[in-house]
Design a protein around this ligand. Structure first.
Ligand code: MOS
Length: 720
């Protein structure tokens, strides 16, 4: 930036305008470097060895033959690895997952547990040696199958109360004219981010430096400092470009093992997870079984009198992760009697974790399918049923909504989709061999902000540098923050340079919980606003520039308690071939109320990406585990199907005016709302097409075929 005497910039017009990614050229030309491809002198390569057994103990690791192999430098395992400090709760309120804290004992709690790291001069040598390493185990019996009535299930809180209850549920169910009691299941789902996890660790000038692919450089930095008992200032984590995260990119075995090896060898060490390794080491969405009971009014006005949503997910024996699927019912619908509960059961499986819209994604499949079934039984239009049941205040909390524009989404979506022309009768529309149907679902996802710090510097050249430990995991966050800063500085985006992904920039929220952009934007706006005010009274900018630092901890602490959520309405049209079992989504429309939209281009990317994932969730995705071995069948992208372009012919996302009144910019967040309700909309459309309810995801061809043998409006195939 060389111009020093610009004309007056158009003030505060950047936010809300469509901008391509500021790093877009670097990405499409391949000059943007990801963690696994940044060169380091004297780099050694680690390869993780994972347990093939599902439960037991390591009896012996025979390292001698492997250490004699070409290029092999060391083998780390529980017999020689340093003991780490694990008795803490991290910045996100969670303890470290023991699956990430590698080589601390000889126990094996699940298949794919990391038992050793082989380090060699090249990745090929490390891999060859890792595949040669002889590890013997003592096996123990295992249990890896989630069942709805597991007696060991227990209620568990995951960032929300385990259970909520008001009113007389049994009484209200008994007196309701229309009652529904159904079970819904969702399978194990994998993040399948394009860039697998990768970290390079090295000691440089007395500091541990880790170049890593993660959703929060400061988060991983603080975890590593604590685990290795290092002063926080002596650890630096950098994460410039990230090829997808979706909840999986936090503290994982690759960073911890890389740090151990770099420390032992006194040279840089890189550890990259293979696609197959991500299936057990990077977290996943737990399968769920969910029971929903609904009771509606006797005069058939469709008011819910009873709502009961109970969810169960699996977790590992070493880490409690709750997929809070029943939480979405605490926001969307009220009822005189209202009960929700999240349960977990510990199995000999890898630890699940956050995955895009944790809770809401599977939870909305259950509750929004159930609403559709209730609409059918009550003879009420599904859009109308939701409009009639819009809560005035938080159904459980009683708190006011910051803003709730679900009704606007429903109405605008219905208008644009052409819902008014819909014949509600199922199983009657043919297009050649295809049966056609349409379906819809409502969506909500929490909107919040977390404390963050930002540094904004005015340079003598007339340009500005923003530094914040934000992460752009493909969302366009870097670009959004450029627009935010330009408006707050009352300058143009071309004069703003945003630097992110470096823990040295100070504490900041991770890219997660749909809270990244809002949290960072708040901090950037605070610093930029103060800087602009200071510049108004400052004549000269010194050569080093003028820097203002912000911290939003206090401002966020002063926020009133409210129900803060994004909302949405999803609409889908499907074609079902009941002779082949094939389902095609012909078109999909999502209308969202997700606060102020910072960059329409990348926000649309986020929403369409989420909706596409919803199609995938409805029809394709399922990680299957062999109950005898406890291991996955084909843990790779050949065996695990995700939606591709051919599955998404016509998909559109748009939004209604919405504004969070307590946010300086009005942002809510768009990261997760796009997937919520999407699978239910598709499943509801499949019912409308065929007359058969599918309550078990994914709706595979074999399930369609099994159902086709049944008469319409039957409750669908029993599924093993
Ligand atoms: Mo998200 S599941 O908070 O990355």
């Amino acid at each position: 930036m060389t111009t020093t005497t610009p004309g007056p910039p158009a003030l505060r017009t950047a936010v809300g305008t469509a901008r391509t990614r500021v790093e877009g050229r670097e990405k499409v030309t391949g000059t943007a470097r990801y963690a696994g491809e940044i060169p380091f002198a004297d780099l050694a390569h680690g390869w993780l060895v994972l347990s093939p057994i599902t439960r037991g103990r390591i009896r012996d690791i025979d390292t001698a033959p492997v250490l004699a192999m070409p290029g092999v430098l060391t083998v780390l395992h529980h017999g020689n690895a340093p003991r780490l400090y694990t008795d803490y709760v991290g910045m996100l309120g969670t303890p470290p997952d023991p699956a990430a804290v590698v080589f601390q004992h000889d126990k094996v709690p699940f298949a794919g547990w990391p038992v050793a790291l082989v380090v060699a001069e090249t990745p090929e040598e490390a891999r060859e040696a890792a595949e040669t390493l002889a590890v013997t185990y003592d096996r123990e019996p295992h249990s890896t199958v989630l069942t709805a009535d597991d007696p060991d299930a227990y209620p568990a809180a995951g960032f929300m109360p385990a259970a909520t209850e008001k009113g007389d549920l049994q009484g209200r169910l008994a007196s309701s004219a229309v009652v529904l009691d159904e079970e819904y299941t969702t399978p194990e789902e994998q993040h399948s981010m394009m860039e697998p996890h990768a970290a390079t660790a090295r000691w440089e000038g007395g500091r541990l430096e880790v170049v890593d692919s993660n959703q929060g450089a400061g988060w991983v930095q603080s975890e590593l400092a604590t685990l290795f008992s290092l002063d926080a200032s002596s650890v630096r984590v950098r994460s410039e470009h990230i090829g997808g995260g979706f909840g999986s990119k936090g503290l994982r075995a690759h960073q911890v093992s890389a740090v151990m090896a770099a420390t032992a060898l006194r040279r840089p060490v890189r550890v990259v997870l293979t696609r197959r390794q991500t299936f057990s080491l990077a977290g996943y969405r737990s399968p769920t079984t969910q029971r929903v009971r609904l009771g509606a009014d006797a005069d058939a006005d469709g008011r819910l009198r009873a709502l009961d949503h109970r969810s169960l997910n699996q977790t590992s024996t070493v880490y409690e992760f709750v997929e809070p699927s029943a939480g979405v019912a605490r926001v969307l619908y009220d009822a005189d009697a209202h009960r929700t509960a999240n349960h977990v059961v510990r199995l000999d499986v890898p630890s699940p974790t956050w995955m895009r819209a944790p809770g809401e994604a599977p939870g909305s499949f259950a509750i929004e399918s159930a609403l559709d079934e209730l609409a059918e039984r009550a003879g009420i239009d599904p859009v109308e049923l939701r409009l009639r049941n819009e809560p005035e205040t938080g159904p459980v909390s009683g708190l006011p909504f910051s803003s709730n524009n679900l009704a606007a989404c429903l109405r605008e979506g219905a208008r644009r989709f052409g819902w008014a022309d819909r014949d509600p009768r199922p199983g009657i529309r043919y297009d050649g061999r295809w049966l056609l149907g349409t379906g819809m679902a409502a969506a909500s996802f929490g909107a919040g902000a977390m404390p963050s710090t930002a540094l904004v510097t005015a340079k003598a050249s007339g340009s500005y540098t923003v530094r914040i430990a934000a992460a752009d995991i493909g969302t366009g966050a870097r670009t959004a923050l450029t627009l935010i800063a330009a408006d707050a500085l009352e300058t143009t985006p071309e004069r703003v340079h945003v630097r992110i992904g470096d823990s040295d920039f100070g504490p900041a929220m991770i890219a997660g919980g749909s809270m990244g952009t809002r949290s960072w934007a708040w901090a950037v706006t605070a610093a930029a606003t103060e800087l602009r005010e200071r510049l108004a009274v400052t004549q000269d900018i010194p050569p080093e520039g003028i820097t203002v630092r912000s911290d939003t901890t206090e401002a966020l602490g002063a926020l009133a308690q409210k129900e803060r959520h994004s909302f949405g309405a999803q609409f889908a049209e499907v074609a079902v071939d009941t002779s082949s079992g094939e389902i095609r989504v012909r078109r999909m429309l999502g209308i969202f109320a997700a606060g102020r939209i910072v960059n329409p281009l990348t926000a649309r990317n986020q929403l369409v990406g989420g909706m596409t994932w919803g199609i995938s969730m409805a029809l394709h995705e399922e990680a299957v585990r062999d109950r005898n071995t406890g291991r996955h069948y084909s843990p790779d992208l050949a065996g695990y199907h995700v939606a591709t372009h051919a599955d998404v012919p016509d998909i559109e996302a748009d939004w209604v005016d919405d504004h969070d009144p307590d946010d300086p910019i009005g942002i809510k967040g768009v990261g997760e709302i796009g997937i919520v309700g999407a699978a239910a909309a598709v499943a509801n459309a499949v019912w409308h097409a065929t007359g058969v309810r599918h309550r078990n995801l994914p709706i595979r061809p074999d399930r369609v075929l099994a159902a086709a043998a049944l008469p319409p409006s039957d409750s669908g195939p029993a599924d093993a």
